[in-house]
Design a protein around this ligand. Structure first.
Ligand SMILES: [Zn+2]
Length: 396
């Protein structure tokens, strides 16, 4: 991509109301633009990052053997009344169409359970797992954290259906391991912890994945040797590491980047989802659900990986592999730069080529802000040295 042709430019006039680092850096670098509080557009560079994150998540879900579907955002009231959550979920956007009550889905248990029910009748139909990557809506009271707490956001949600609790437990551990791999693949492996959190209505604990970030809105207590953490909400109830019993825990600020729950029978019972076992007896189906906000993860990466000059994307999710900065002025040298740009692409790399005629300082400052991990600089000086200058800005 030639940067002179890019729709966006870096901006200095970003709204002062955005206090979060992720929104400030992403807006200044031209990755996203705010439409209203908690609602953002994804511009060409930002959409490339989001697509890469979602592709990592999608490939990881496929590796688990889960099958991708797409469910509607617009949902009727009736299934939410069946589960008793129509009046319970206070962040739900509700709307009226004529005399019909509808909502914009904040989650999809009420849709996926009756959706799957006709296809699961026998023990031979289990286990099954489906997922989607889809836009969700939550009417957050004060959405001030940029991509971390949006009113409209993208999320991967996986739902699993099992013949018994033992099978659910085994699958749950498999998903947990895959989540650890997803965060590794997104460049957050070293700073993301499997975290014990409050269980809610279904079980003693639920589990979160928390990424260490200085301005994170959560607080966790980390057991470094075990690579697990405890959410501050339950530290009184659970004051030692659940794996090794150690009480030497380190307090850290963090951002929740994923959560997994055992739903057990709440939704399958509400929608009469049962199966016939091998002796033809009717059995209930325990379920699991596994969330991962992809736009939130993009915000968390920026919160965790930046410096005073800008974003530092991990290679796996950077909008381009290489940022090629040309400082040539004469037409024949510009032609040489263009050939180099084409050559690097032929070698299989994605290149953002800064061919703009702007001041040297601005070109470097914009590149620092954009945070593409490998930078190649070509100028009269580097040609005199018969070389190009290549900088690796963050570890891949
Ligand atoms: Zn431990």
């Amino acid at each position: 991509m030639r940067q002179s042709q890019l729709v966006t430019k870096t901006r200095k006039d970003v709204s002062q109301q955005e206090h979060s680092i992720n929104a400030q850096l992403l807006e200044r670098a031209g990755y996203i633009a705010k439409l209203m509080a908690g609602v953002f557009s994804y511009l060409p560079l930002g959409y490339r990052v989001l697509a890469k994150i979602e592709n990592i998540v999608r490939c990881s879900m496929d590796e688990l053997g889960a099958q991708e579907i797409l469910m509607p955002s617009l949902q009727p009231k009736e299934p939410w009344v069946i589960t008793g959550r129509w009046d319970e979920v206070d962040v739900m956007y509700k709307l009226k169409a004529g005399d019909r009550d509808l909502c914009l889905g904040p989650t999809h248990e009420e849709v996926v359970t009756p959706l799957i029910a006709p296809y699961i009748t026998s023990y031979k139909d289990l286990p099954r797992a489906v997922y989607q990557i889809q836009t969700k809506f939550r009417n957050e009271a004060r959405p001030k954290s940029g991509l971390l707490r949006g009113r409209e956001f993208r999320m991967k949600d996986l739902y699993s259906f099992h013949a018994n609790e033992e099978d659910l437990n085994t699958y749950y551990d498999t998903v947990k391991d895959m989540y650890i791999r997803i965060f590794e693949r997104c460049g957050l492996g070293d700073i993301t912890y499997f975290t014990y959190a409050a269980g809610g209505t279904f079980s003693k604990y639920s589990h979160e994945f928390q990424t260490i970030a200085p301005d994170g809105e959560d607080t966790i207590f980390v057991c470094s040797p075990c690579r697990v953490a405890i959410n501050h909400e339950i530290i009184e109830e659970l004051s030692a590491c659940p794996e090794c019993g150690s009480k030497e825990l380190t307090q850290q600020k963090s951002i929740e980047v994923g959560n997994i729950f055992k739903l057990m029978y709440k939704f399958s019972k509400a929608f009469n989802l049962t199966y016939r076992d091998s002796k033809d007896a009717e059995q209930n189906i325990p379920m699991g659900c596994y969330g991962l906000g992809t736009t939130r993860l993009m915000g968390a990466i920026v919160e965790a990986l930046h410096d005073e000059h800008g974003i530092m994307w991990p290679a796996s999710v950077a909008p381009y592999d290489i940022h090629l900065l040309s400082f040539f002025r004469s037409p024949d040298m510009q032609q040489k730069a263009h050939e180099l740009y084409l050559d690097i692409q032929k070698k299989g790399y994605e290149v953002l080529y800064d061919d703009r005629e702007v001041r040297t300082g601005q070109k470097f400052a914009d590149a620092d802000l954009s945070g593409i991990p490998i930078r190649i600089v070509i100028s009269v000086k580097t040609v005199e040295l018969s070389n190009v200058e290549c900088t690796l800005l963050s570890s891949p």
